[in-house]
Design a protein around this ligand. Structure first.
Ligand SMILES: *Cc1c(COP(=O)(O)O)cnc(C)c1O
Length: 434
């Protein structure tokens, strides 16, 4: 065994010892509440396909039509010759859906976050993120190399303290601002900045999720908007787990709370409730034109395949249809049947994401395995997806789950309780044995 192999094997062994080893679980079926896994049929409570669109005929047919008309691949990046009709149609549909001036599609939500954050921020800027934001935002914040500050989850006071600090920094920048080379002073007030011409004020970008991916709770978007306005910061909101589910037009939590127009950068994925694949940014026409020029994950990547863009367009239309409204109602109906011990109602808003907190990584994996034995698939989520020692089962409900599916889930959770796993959820009709 050479040195390379030896080194990697030792690292993998380290992961195993900490209960952090991961492996693929190849499905033998399509995405659905019932999946085939390792020759077994399992009831699936792990998918982000909240409205059951991943396998919906309207989306599949749109993808097939796009392949027939425009081929399997896009052939080039969007800026070369890869901007095909399905991409343009998707962006027009998304902008109209979100009530934004413009939209831009990315290969993934991850790429949307990385490209956008790194395009918006420059040297001397500040990025402030919620402690629990998704890895793509953390990675972007690190990659762009600006000052990174993290505020405690949903803690507005902590955020305001950082905004005050960032504001003071803007008032009295320690770093000398380079004056223009020219000695001739322009009589005109200098236009605010361009990174190519020198002087500009430093900017602060606050980034949060609207519905948090591993906790299912909601960000206080109204207060966040007030705060960023008070300090002249910009706000970017990742609606990955909210698009299609909240608001009168199902645009997301920003619409539900009525602050959509006050958020500079709205981000989301096309791969969760919208049933397809890809990421998007919505906002002003200027923002989108800027990203077309400066977002490196957009500029330097082959355009998404026509089938993905067409399926996402169909998914976006579906979500806006009366059937889309019915699916959302079906989802919230399922969510409402969860016992409050399992899904504490900490907010007036429902959530399809229900974390069952375990703590220890190895134990979480054992409990997930015990549930699989009973035909229930709920994944154990561990570090580095969540903090060390806060491993959990991440239960997600979808509109496609039936009442009977939930009964089966409750029976299986009960069967674990008060067994070796000792989970006590106060499930319906169940008096915990003590
Ligand atoms: C899934 C997810 C993303 C990434 O989107 P992809 O399209 O899967 O790359 C970004 N942010 C959050 C909060 C997510 O849950």
């Amino acid at each position: 065994m050479n040195d390379f192999e030896q080194e990697l094997r030792a690292r993998l062994e380290g992961l195993r010892e900490q209960g952090l080893y991961r492996e693929l679980r190849p499905l033998d079926s399509a995405q659905s509440p019932r999946i085939e896994l390792g020759g077994r049929r399992l009831l699936n409570f792990s998918s982000n396909d909240y409205l059951g669109l991943a396998n919906e005929p309207a989306l599949k047919e749109a993808a097939v039509r796009a392949v027939e008309r425009y081929g399997a691949g896009a052939g080039a990046s969007r800026l070369i010759c890869g901007s095909l009709p399905p991409h343009q149609e998707l962006e027009e549909t998304l902008a109209a859906f979100k009530g934004a001036q413009a939209a831009l599609g990315f290969p993934t939500g991850y790429a949307a976050a990385l490209g956008t954050i790194c395009a918006l921020l420059e040297k001397d800027d500040v990025i402030i993120i919620d402690k629990l934001v998704h890895a793509c935002i953390v990675d972007a914040a690190r990659l762009c190399g600006v000052k990174l500050r993290v505020f405690a989850h949903n803690d507005l006071n902590a955020l305001e303290d950082i905004l005050k600090w960032a504001d003071a920094k803007v008032q009295s920048p320690q770093s000398k601002v380079h004056s223009p080379k020219s000695t001739v002073q322009s009589p005109q007030p200098k236009p605010e900045r361009s990174n190519f011409t020198g002087q500009r004020r430093s900017r602060t970008l606050v980034v949060t999720e609207s519905v948090f991916s591993m906790d299912g709770d909601h960000a206080p978007l109204r207060e966040l908007v007030e705060l960023k306005d008070k300090y002249g910061a910009w706000l970017m909101v990742d609606e990955a787990h909210a698009t299609g589910l909240y608001g009168p037009n199902r645009r997301g939590l920003a619409e539900e709370i009525g602050v959509g127009e006050r958020i500079e950068v709205q981000m989301g994925t096309l791969g969760k409730a919208l049933g397809a694949s890809g990421g998007y940014i919505c906002g002003s026409r200027t923002l989108i034109d800027y990203l077309i020029n400066r977002a490196r994950t957009f500029v330097f990547s082959t355009a998404p395949v026509p089938a993905a863009a067409a399926a996402a367009t169909a998914g976006t239309r579906f979500v806006q249809s009366p059937e889309g409204a019915r699916r959302r109602e079906a989802l919230w109906l399922r969510v409402s049947t969860l016992p409050s011990a399992l899904a504490p109602r900490s907010s007036h808003l429902p959530s399809a994401i229900v974390p069952i907190m375990i703590g220890d990584e190895t134990r979480a994996v054992e409990i997930a395995a015990a549930l699989r034995e009973q035909g229930i698939f709920i994944p154990a989520i561990r570090y580095p997806t969540v903090a060390r020692g806060s491993a959990r089962l991440r239960l997600t409900l979808t509109a496609s789950h039936t009442h009977a599916d939930l009964q089966e889930l409750f029976m299986s959770l009960k069967a674990l309780d008060p067994g070796p796993c000792a989970l006590d959820f106060g499930l319906p009709g169940h008096a915990p044995a003590r």
